[in-house]
Design a protein around this ligand. Structure first.
Ligand code: KG4
Ligand code: ZN
Length: 416
């Protein structure tokens, strides 16, 4: 039996297996430790989190510097780097937490979605550990882990169910969240993800030429450059999917429009191949506003859908919105979404910045959430069944229902 301090799940969760109980009793405390392993893309993340949400260790080995040299992630190289680093990351993690492997209650690992070659490294390592230590193995959906992460830091403020906007380098999704493994998709991107668009546009703009941005991801560089703008309305950007009354997203139009505008300005200014347009800061500010506006519109419709009398998704609870994924680091985007949510009496949260982007903590925390929700039944010892998965959808989809509702909204404008 262990203490659950999360939201509505107050009280005790019972029915855990003997191995887990033993781990819980270690040190005489009612806590158990879950190890989380994240290798879905280019970060090797390993962390240990206890069932009260205390982070005991967080090791993150980024491959950003390596991939920046080649202008993007090369999957076989990412796999090599994960392989070379995962063991030492695990050892450093145990050392930082000051724990013995036997004290772990379970091992959680990302099995989907992600680069298959990268996922394989984490899953094989996790299987090997689980077998050797005789610990249960918990498969984790990477986007679900992003969605649940904010609950670790705001346990009482974010009870299930809540609405979540997931914005990362590979995904853009709106989902109703009921618990781990219990997400319902309301809308998703039809083409690029916002982080992907930021990364490609920043590269085309050649922001990496500026020393301060050399090793930054595109989204972070664009956010910083936008703060230097003097004329944020210098560039026009399209408003995607304005005729489609659903919650889907599209960033390809904004991206292609950006490429065209940069090229036009470069021709005008005769920018050399290793140069950058003069008003890049104005461009970044306009781009950020266009992306914010699109995210706001689709989220506004999702909120209105959830609040409909026939849906009443939040029941009698206060509407709650979580924004998560790497792009949630962006203060302008988050401030705009917060502003939108406030118009609907909806509270909004994001994980703290160190947990917005990929990391092992969110995987460990998803493991904790599985233990809290499912007790014994989440404890899996059939290790070979935990494998990387091609399909990475959520448990349910209401995309058709949202489209059928065809909600017309009176748009809330982005903050100035
Ligand atoms: O969630 P994440 O770490 O990895 C994926 O699951 O994709 O997200 C990475 C993405 C990158 O595309 C990066 O450009 C974006 O998050 N990002 C940002 C910021 N920091 C990271 N985008 C906008 N503003 C930021 N400050
Ligand atoms: Zn991610």
């Amino acid at each position: 039996m262990f203490r659950c301090s999360i939201g509505r799940c107050s009280g005790f969760v019972s029915g855990l297996g003997n191995g887990t109980r033993q781990a819980l009793r270690s040190n005489g405390r009612s806590l158990s430790y879950v190890l989380g392993i994240e290798t879905s893309c280019d970060d090797t993340g390993i962390a240990i989190v206890d069932t009260s949400g205390n982070v005991k260790a967080n090791v993150l080995d980024s491959q950003q510097e390596f991939h920046t040299r080649y202008g993007g992630i090369i999957p076989p190289r990412a796999q090599d780097l994960h392989r070379a680093r995962i063991h030492s990351a695990y050892e450093r993690c145990l050392e930082e937490a000051n724990l013995q492997p036997e004290q772990l209650a379970a091992i959680a690992v990302t099995t989907r979605p992600g680069l298959p070659l990268s996922l394989l490294v984490g899953v094989r390592f996790a299987r090997h550990l689980a077998r050797r230590l005789k610990k249960p193995l918990l498969p984790v959906h990477h986007m679900e882990a992003h969605a649940l992460q904010a609950r670790m830091e705001h346990p009482d403020a974010i009870p299930f169910p809540f609405l979540c906007l997931l914005v990362s380098g590979g995904h853009c999704q709106l989902a109703m969240v009921h618990g781990p493994g219990r997400l319902t998709l309301l809308g998703q991107t039809l083409d690029d993800a916002p982080g992907e668009a930021f990364d490609k546009i920043a590269r085309r703009l050649r922001l990496y030429i500026l020393p301060e941005y050399r090793l930054w991801n595109g989204g972070r560089a664009i956010e910083h450059a936008a703060r230097l703008a003097t004329d944020p309305s210098a560039y026009d950007f399209p408003l995607p999917l304005s005729q489609q009354r659903n919650c889907n997203f599209s960033f390809a139009g904004i991206k292609n429009n950006s490429f065209r505008a940069i090229r036009k300005k470069e021709r005008m200014e005769r920018t050399p191949p290793d140069g950058i347009i003069s008003n890049y800061a104005d461009f970044c500010a306009g781009l950020l506003r266009a992306v914010s506006r699109h995210l706001m519109h689709r989220t506004q419709r999702a909120l209105e859908y959830c609040l409909q009398p026939q849906v009443r998704f939040f029941g009698d609870g206060q509407p709650t919105l979580v924004v998560s994924g790497g792009v949630a680091n962006n203060d302008t985007i988050f401030a705009n979404i917060q502003h939108l949510a406030a118009q609907y009496g909806c509270r909004s949260f994001r994980p703290s910045k160190r947990y917005c982007s990929d990391n092992g903590v969110m995987i460990a925390w998803h493991g904790v959430e599985q233990l809290l929700q499912d007790g014994d039944s989440s404890l899996r010892f059939d290790f070979d069944k935990v494998d990387i998965q091609g399909s990475a959808g959520f448990a349910a989809s209401f995309e058709e229902q949202v489209a059928a509702a065809a909600i017309k909204c009176k748009w809330i404008q982005p903050l100035a």
